[in-house]
Design a protein around this ligand. Structure first.
Ligand code: ADP
Ligand code: MG
Length: 474
């Protein structure tokens, strides 16, 4: 981010956002989330900055342990030498907000939670934007750092830095969120600029409609359509890949693109593939894409996934403990949409059942979604009970010496599940299961592991027993 903050008259929220973004990368996720994430900044002067901490304790910790680290970052991003002071308390929300309203168009307030519906709805009229996607609730991580920096630069100074901008990634990795965040920030801070957000699909549909409605015969594109797009100061087109192979859409898009590009209007595009992979798109269009800057977005690492869910939880004020967030973040590594989906599933399940949110509940709620189960804090007796229940044998039989098939299988399953779910040492498992030695336990577990590879029935049995265990522990 530092390179994107070029104004001398830097805005305190923007500065602090950039500092936090940098510290988020430097500090461990835990330290960052515990100590930095809830801070704010105010009273930026040429050589001083006030940092607001939520409690006396956090103030002390930050002063003592993080002063120089924060200062370094502030100096670098603010391009100066700043003295930091730490104060406790909240920003006087009322006054800050009303001051903002009076002086400048409501700046995207960095820390005010974005559940606020913008009071500036008129700004969005016809823009196609949803106020929900903002920079405030967009978490930056190593996976999207470049894209984030570009987006921030573009939103701060549209048309100046990079043009066109092209973001690409797989599904659910934040393209729509980021491109909309750009639009929202510009709409809020520069109400005189006309922001138009559309998708490749809507662009196509509107064009078709416009042609259909056109009175002057086939091929006529209404002035209204052209006006809408060509009068934009900022044109955001999400999922541009949709226009590939549609001749008239491509043609119209090309002209729109050119008109805006020539007039140095900001153009931002997203797609599910990099510009060079647009083999079916006309060369004259792809070469235009390539003339600006492009950045890809990768799936987030686990720390970033945790940060995303924590931010969501805090914003929505849900009682989801950190260990549950950790669990979901560990388990869902495909994309952010699925991550949010899993989170929602847990929250909804808890609301539906009235059971408060714990890791056990999450395991249960996500049972169908996530195949691999977590090593939950389950005790040996719970496993034993479930195994006995499922195979209709008694605990005494299972722990006994008899080695008939109807006992050997459940016994080995018990060994396997105890190991998997409780991580108990082999020796202890052996003692627990009637004084067997640890090599017997290792052998038993290995046997089940092999069967799991080969036999669907074993997989089903194990899944069923787990189900009983989790049901019993809720
Ligand atoms: P795409 O357009 O790439 O398919 P989206 O922008 O729709 O992905 O993102 C999917 C979901 O994940 C959205 O709800 C979005 O708000 C959320 N999301 C994506 N990236 C982030 C991020 N970096 N921080 C917070 N939420 C994110
Ligand atoms: Mg999208």
């Amino acid at each position: 981010m530092p390179d994107t903050v070029q104004n001398k008259k830097i805005e305190v929220n923007a500065l602090w956002r950039a500092v936090l973004a940098e510290l988020q990368l430097t500090l461990s996720a835990y330290t960052y989330n515990t100590w930095m994430a809830n801070t704010k900044a105010r009273n930026l002067t040429e050589d001083a900055l006030e940092i607001i901490c939520p409690s006396d304790y956090s103030k002390k910790i930050l002063e003592k342990n993080c002063y120089s680290l924060i200062q370094q970052s502030v100096n670098k991003i603010g391009k100066g030498e700043y003295k930091l002071s730490f104060v406790i308390g909240e920003i006087e929300k009322g006054s800050t907000t009303s001051n903002l309203k009076k002086s400048v168009p409501p700046a995207a307030p960095l820390f005010e939670q974005s559940t606020q519906t913008f009071s500036t709805k008129e700004l969005y009229k016809d823009s196609g934007l949803s106020g929900h996607y903002t920079f405030d609730n967009y978490i930056m991580g190593p996976n999207n750092r470049l894209a984030y920096s570009i987006a921030w630069a573009v939103a701060t100074e549209p048309g100046k830095n990079y043009n066109p901008v092209f973001f690409y990634s797989g599904v659910g990795l934040g393209k729509t969120h980021l491109i909309q965040a750009i639009g929202n920030k510009i709409a809020q801070e520069k109400p005189n600029l006309k922001v138009v957000y559309t998708t490749g699909e809507s662009f196509t549909n509107e064009l078709i409609e416009s042609i259909q409605k056109g009175k002057r015969g086939k091929g006529y594109v209404s002035d209204q359509f052209r006006k809408k797009f060509r009068n934009a100061d900022v044109l955001l087109v999400d999922d541009i890949q949709f226009i590939v192979g549609r001749q008239s859409t491509q043609e119209e898009f090309f002209h729109t693109f050119n008109a805006l590009y020539m007039a140095q209007k900001q153009i931002v595009l997203t797609s599910d593939r990099p510009p060079k992979d647009f083999t079916d798109l006309e060369e004259r269009i792809t070469s235009r894409f390539g003339s600006g800057i492009s950045a890809d977005m990768q799936p987030p690492d686990v720390d970033t996934r945790v940060a995303i869910l924590r931010s969501k939880r805090d914003r929505e004020n849900e009682a989801v403990p950190n260990d549950v967030i950790e669990y979901i973040a560990q388990k869902v590594n495909t994309n952010i949409r699925e991550l949010e989906g899993a989170y929602l599933q847990v929250v909804t399940y808890s609301k539906a059942t009235g059971i408060s949110i714990t890791t056990d509940l999450a395991i249960r709620a996500l049972g169908q979604t996530i195949r691999e189960e977590k090593k939950a804090p389950i005790n040996l007796n719970q496993v034993l009970k479930a195994v006995c229940n499922y195979y209709s044998v008694t605990g005494k039989e299972l722990k006994g010496k008899r080695r008939t098939k109807d006992l050997v299988i459940p016994r080995q399953v018990a060994m396997y599940l105890i190991k998997e779910l409780t991580d108990t040492p082999y020796m202890t498992i052996g003692e627990f299961l009637g004084g067997r030695d640890h090599s017997t336990i290792i052998h038993g577990i290995k046997k089940v592991e092999e069967e799991l590879e080969e036999l669907p029935k074993t997989r089903q049995d194990i899944a069923n027993v787990k189900q009983i265990i989790y049901q019993n522990t809720l």
